[in-house]
Design a protein around this ligand. Structure first.
Ligand code: NAD
Length: 503
């Protein structure tokens, strides 16, 4: 949580210090830290610094960059408790959830550093029969400076999907963390500077949306944005002015399908964890469940049993923490109200479950298909369980959303088949959210969930430009790309292509 900016006066000079803002603990309202509000000029200066450092970083090559990134990774592992404490303070999430986030971060950083060379280095490709005299190669070169704009819900894991992969590819990064979690962003940049003192290629700028907007127009070579769909559209529009490429990771309304032969206790456990962990503030959280009618009663019983046991609170061992962004409480309340007004039933909790800053688990069922609880991202510990005739209808309902981020299928016999038919970027079969923890798998969505990919080989390439090179090995007897070509050259080539490719 944040508090509005105020100008301080520097007592030694009597001059106004740069405006600053405070990050607050959403559980208590206590001040966690104070950070500058960087304006356009500040952002431009930081981007210049990053650009200066980037050349040497790119020239280091993969092996030396890996050593530096490994040093940073080891430092994160050593100081895991310290950064987890800060994540906890700025988001309010339970301590073990913050630690789990960091475990994933460390594994991703390891993967990006270890695989960058294999994925990006120059490699030969076949030159084809028309260009048989050429040696053809492709290499993935860094873009330069990448601007990363992040959300607050997973304030380390989410940006690290861009930071680790962009840095491993040889870019410098300027990171603008959410105004709710600026301390976490600043900590990451400080720890990088300590671990890699000779290469200042990770910088942080702090502030509100305006600081992010300034990063979009600062001349960075790419913007990697993670946040809401509405802001993603603004970022893309702003980047369009300078044709700055963008990667847009936005919201979701992920569905879980429970087939008739599913392991019901496992599916219920996954639904409740997927929907309620991190108080439902997960882009790939489960927001909708489509369960086959024949097993729906039993499944709802199992979900109800589990959800009723969950306790939100501020203490480190609570099951779920508060709603980090105060304004989201009204959205969550609105979705519950809308579902109930439209004829839906609450089998766990209800309107009374909203007790800011906490929301107790809410399980809704028989909700109208056009209710906001079905169509819009709720981002709270709520879940809508809908009955469907069969898993095929479940797929159709799941795909009726304008979002398409992740998805989950529980089925013993049709898991992969159903997964493949979901219009989403990622799917877990017989578990939930697992794809995010596999560093080799690309992560990203379709539709209103955005485009572009972080993680995996695709995530490394996302922060590069491919460069295609051909090198002439010997002169061809037929050279059609010369004013000196003979009259018969193209005729012979046409004959050749008909023979080779015309059948
Ligand atoms: P948000 O869109 O409010 O803010 C995201 C970031 O954008 C913040 O740093 C903010 O300061 C900045 N920003 C705001 N206005 C800007 C502008 N005009 N130009 C540039 N930057 C600007 O989102 P949030 O509330 O921080 O995060 C929650 C959202 O993020 C949810 O919708 C969630 O689903 C989504 N999310 C998506 C993923 C994913 O990988 N797809 C991961 C985590 C969160």
């Amino acid at each position: 949580m944040t508090q509005t900016a105020r100008r301080d006066v520097d007592p030694s000079t009597g001059e106004a210090a740069p405006p600053a803002f405070e990050s607050l603990d959403p559980r208590t309202g206590e001040v966690v830290g104070r950070h500058p509000i960087h304006d356009e000029a500040d952002v431009a200066a930081v981007v210049r610094e990053a650009r200066q450092a980037q050349t040497a970083w790119a020239e280091l090559g993969f092996a030396a960059r890996k050593q530096h990134l490994d040093a940073w990774r080891r430092m994160l592992a050593r100081r895991l408790d310290e950064i987890a404490g800060l994540v906890c303070a700025e988001t309010g999430k339970p301590l073990d959830d913050a630690k789990l986030e960091l475990v994933l971060v460390i594994d991703h950083l390891h993967w990006a550093a270890a695989n960058a060379e294999k994925v990006l280095k120059r490699r030969k490709v076949p030159a084809g029969f028309l260009m048989a005299n050429q040696a053809a190669t492709v290499e993935y070169l860094p873009l330069g400076v990448v601007g990363v704009i992040g959300p607050w819900n997973y304030p380390v894991f989410t940006p690290m999907g861009s930071l680790a992969y962009a840095l491993a590819a040889g870019n410098a990064v300027v990171f603008k963390p959410s105004e709710l979690t600026p301390g976490v962003g600043a900590w990451l940049a400080r720890s990088f500077a300590e671990a890699v003192p000779d290469h200042p290629v990770l910088h942080v700028v702090t502030g509100y949306g305006e600081t992010g907007a300034a990063l979009c127009t600062s001349g960075v070579d790419k913007v990697a944005f993670t946040g809401s769909t509405a802001t993603g559209k603004r970022v893309m529009a702003s980047c369009a002015q300078s044709l700055t490429p963008v990667l847009v990771e936005c919201g979701g309304k992920d569905a879980l399908i429970v087939d008739v032969d599913a392991d019901l206790p496992a599916a219920a456990e996954a639904a409740v964890w997927g929907a309620m962990s991190n108080a439902g503030q997960t882009c790939i959280g489960v927001e909708r469940v489509y369960v086959v009618d024949a097993v729906a009663d039993r499944f709802l019983e199992l979900v109800t049993e589990r959800a009723r046991k969950l306790r939100p609170g501020g203490e480190p061992n609570a099951h779920l923490g508060p709603i980090t962004m105060a304004s989201q409480v009204d959205v969550i309340r609105g979705h519950i109200d809308d579902a109930l007004r439209g004829g839906g039933r609450a089998v766990v909790g209800g309107e009374h479950s909203v007790r800011p800053p906490f929301v107790e688990p809410v399980v809704l069922t028989d909700v109208a298909a056009d209710s906001e609880a079905i169509t819009e991202e709720t981002f709270g510990p709520t879940i809508v369980v809908q009955r469907v005739r069969d898993a095929d209808e479940g797929v159709a309902q799941a795909n009726s959303s304008r979002y398409g981020l992740g998805g989950t299928v529980f089925s013993r016999s049709r898991g992969l088949e159903l997964a493949r038919r979901l219009r989403s970027g990622m799917v877990s079969v017989n578990s939930v959210i697992s794809f995010a923890a596999v560093p080799a798998l690309p992560f990203g969505g379709v539709g209103d969930s955005g485009f572009g990919r972080i993680h995996g080989a695709d995530g490394l390439r996302e922060f590069t430009r491919s460069q295609a090179v051909t090198r002439t090995r010997f002169a061809m007897p037929l050279n059609p790309m010369s004013f000196g070509r003979s009259k018969g050259t193209v005729r012979r080539l046409v004959r050749l292509v008909r023979l080779m490719r015309g059948r």
